[in-house]
Design a protein around this ligand. Structure first.
Ligand code: AMP
Ligand code: ZN
Length: 472
């Protein structure tokens, strides 16, 4: 069944077909986190959405290469590094590690590549040089290099592909140095920012002078390096359409003269209790905040996956409690099926349910990821299965076939069944306290916390990527 997706570029639902002539390989890029703090639940909606797209493509038989960058140098990061009197790597490293732990806790498949901006400075410089050579970028009096929208348009290129811009209001010669700006202030934007005292130690040498890259050029350079000058899918939250994604298109197409991306997918935002999340309103949650309240990553994933990606989603703590009971219904049903599949005594005949589940589920997803219809097919199957279990209408072979159907659809949903290995919040908190103690060189406390975790039946393993928790 052909997969249809809403392409922001054409403002329409289109049948997805990869660029690969063999129709097998798919390149997918999702703008990754800016690692200046713990990712919040809104960010997680977007990353879980990216995971859903990847899993759906894999479910459809494609061989996906999933790339997600780590933005580890930009305006906000430099400001925090300065405020915290630390180094760039030390500061961003802690949030990058936390992000990857959370990604796992939410059951997201790990991207195949996670390029860091700071490790791609030569690629970024080469791309800017190409733009300068082609005449669409210039060095300004402040020493920074800017992208010229007028020159770009002069080459017959289109600025404003993802949203309508009022370019008549743009004044010639206007420039914007900040990474983030509103569409009312559309102007030439910075590709390379000349070093200023506030940057501290954060600068690199370049043919344009010492400085650092702008945020937008980072994604153009890293995505094209990993996936080629033209690739299949580019994702992000809806707030990234302008200026970030529009500027990515301009930089990439301005340098290569080729179309940059075939499909642009944007996820709508998340509100909390009906309001925009903000620390001052007290409705700001990171995943860690929710784990500390006793919820699991699996429950958060379920809730984030209940709404269509193009609809604003209202996240509530009641909704999260509802997620717990919805998952319990699935767990109970799957648990009973497991028992039946293992018992050779029940052998009554009845029609196979798995085809209906997989077919309905596949059709729902193919319809621009209609997740509500996909969940409806799951819960209809749970109801039907429970009824048949109560009527003793399952043979062991049929129960096994039903389980296979569930596993097939769960390869997309990624909620599994309640795993014994799910790390309880209490263990997680103790392990985090141990990491903090180690960092503070309080090894006595760190060892005591490790022992406490052990007495509760878990072992902490230190790995180069951070800690791992295993059940003994
Ligand atoms: P950032 O780390 O700020 O670069 O954001 C990472 C991703 O989260 C981007 O794709 C944003 O579009 C997305 N994002 C930010 N806020 C929200 C929100 N409230 N709801 C959904 N996605 C969001
Ligand atoms: Zn990006």
């Amino acid at each position: 069944m052909a997969l249809k997706l809403f392409n922001t570029l054409t403002r329409s639902v289109q049948e997805f077909a990869p660029l690969d002539p063999a129709r097998k390989k798919v390149g997918l890029y999702c703008c990754g986190p800016t690692v200046y703090d713990f990712a919040h639940i809104g960010n997680w909606r977007t990353f879980v959405f990216a995971d859903l797209v990847r899993r759906t493509l894999e479910f459809s038989g494609y061989d996906v290469k999933h790339v997600m960058n780590i933005t580890d140098v930009e305006d906000k990061i430099i400001q925090r590094v300065r405020e915290n009197k630390t180094t760039l790597r030390e500061f961003t490293g802690q949030f990058e590690a936390a992000f990857l732990d959370d990604l796992k806790a939410l059951g997201c498949r790990e991207p195949h590549q996670k390029p860091r901006a700071t490790e791609h400075i030569p690629d970024i410089i080469a791309l800017i040089e190409k733009l300068v050579t082609r005449g669409v970028a210039y060095k300004a009096a402040d020493g920074s290099v800017y992208f010229s929208i007028t020159k770009y348009q002069g080459c017959g290129c289109h600025y404003g592909q993802l949203l309508k811009l009022n370019l008549d209001e743009m004044r010639a010669g206007e420039r914007v140095a900040a990474d983030e700006y509103e569409k009312e202030s559309v102007a030439d934007f910075a590709l390379w920012k000349a070093r200023v005292p506030d940057d501290g130690d954060v600068f690199w040498p370049s043919p344009f002078g010492e400085g650092r890259p702008g945020w937008h050029i980072e994604c153009s350079a890293m995505s094209m390096k990993a996936l080629g000058e033209t690739f299949d899918l580019h994702l992000g939250g809806e707030d990234l359409k302008f200026p970030h994604h529009e500027d990515e298109i301009a930089q990439s197409e301005g340098a290569t003269g080729k179309p940059f991306v075939k499909f642009w997918l944007h996820g709508a935002h998340l509100l909390v209790e009906g309001k925009k999340m903000s620390k001052s309103l007290g409705n700001f949650f990171t995943l860690r905040d929710l784990l500390a309240r006793g919820f699991t990553g699996r429950e958060v994933r379920y809730l984030l996956l209940t709404a269509h990606y193009r609809e604003t989603f209202n996240f509530t703590l009641d909704g999260l409690a509802g997620a717990k009971s919805a998952l319990a219904r699935i767990d109970e049903c799957v648990g009973k099926l497991r028992e039946l599949a293992a018992s050779p005594t029940s052998n009554l005949q009845s029609p196979k349910p798995e085809e209906a589940l997989v077919e309905k589920f596949t059709a729902a997803l193919a319809d621009d990821l209609n997740i509500s219809a996909a969940w409806a097919s799951v819960f209809e199957w749970v109801r039907e299965t429970n009824k048949r279990i109560a009527e003793h209408a399952f043979s062991a072979a049929e129960a096994a076939a039903a389980l296979t159907a569930w596993e097939k659809v769960d390869a997309v949903l990624g909620v599994g069944t309640k795993a014994e290995t799910e790390v309880p919040a209490e263990i997680l908190a103790l392990a985090e306290a141990r990491t903090a103690a180690k960092k503070a060189k309080d090894y006595k406390r760190a060892d005591a916390l490790r022992d406490e975790v052990k007495t509760l039946g878990w072992v902490i393993e230190d790995t180069p990527k951070g800690i791992k928790l295993k059940k003994v």
